[in-house]
Design a protein around this ligand. Structure first.
Ligand code: GSH
Length: 224
């Protein structure tokens, strides 16, 4: 990517999976960016629910992405990802591999499946397992079952590429959306024992340079 691009600002959190997707995409496209770290509090200066951050994203969640080259501010990881693709993926290296109406829908359906279903179900598992103030086993079991149901759907889809990528043709931004959420399976108390293709896919994803660089950048930032 051309050196004249001013670094974008990715607003992130130490462990939250949603900002990592955007870091992976930016790394993949060689778009320069810096990471600004927030906590989940309402502290006016450091928290996503504080006055400073709410001026960037009134929904009080990361990621948010500021682009000084265009003046555009995006939030919601799906909107951030699609902004990055529209503005910086000139060669369509991470977008839909084909141009037919079906190709575009195939890209979007898997993207939305992660954004609306696998991600939120896993998030609820994490919430009821680790953070909810009272034990609520019914809720936990409900979200565990829903997340495994999503894993079943993903495992089936991965048969089309023998576990190499979610869309059969090649790795795309869809894989970037899924990676940080599936990577959390152990933290969520889940098992991949019944999912050999998800296991293979996750191993391949973790070897990608853009994935390694993205985690490294976010973690380095957090150490500062
Ligand atoms: N649908 C949003 C979800 C964003 C989200 O929930 N981000 C988490 C971090 S991964 C967050 O900011 N949580 C703060 C909180 O729950 O207070 C997206 O895809 O960007």
């Amino acid at each position: 990517m051309a050196a004249h691009i001013k670094p974008l600002v990715l607003h992130a959190h130490a462990t939250g999976p949603n900002p990592i997707k955007i870091a992976i995409a930016l790394e993949s496209l060689h778009v320069p960016f810096i990471v600004k770290s927030w906590d989940f509090s309402d502290d006016p200066n450091t928290g996503v629910k504080g006055t400073t951050f709410l001026k960037i994203n009134e929904n009080g969640r990361v990621p948010a992405l500021e682009d000084p080259n265009t003046g555009v501010i995006s939030w919601e990881s799906g909107a951030c990802m699609n902004y990055v693709r529209r503005v910086y993926d000139h060669g369509n290296s991470i977008g839909p591999p084909g141009g037919s109406a079906q190709d575009l829908v195939d890209f979007e359906k898997w993207e939305y499946f992660l954004l609306s279903t696998l991600g939120p179900m896993t998030g609820q598992v994490n919430w009821f397992r680790h953070y909810h103030s009272q034990k609520n086993d019914d809720a936990l079991q409900r979200y565990v079952a829903q997340t495994y149901r999503c894993y079943d759907v993903l495992e089936e889809q991965l048969k089309k590429s023998d576990g190499n990528s979610i869309l059969p043709a090649r790795v795309t931004a869809v894989d970037y959306h899924f990676e940080p959420w599936v990577r959390q399976y152990k933290f969520a108390g889940l098992s991949l024992d019944n999912y050999p293709l998800i296991t293979k896919w996750l191993g391949l994803m973790d070897c990608l340079e853009e994935v390694q660089e993205a985690y490294c950048k976010i973690q380095n930032c957090m150490k500062k």
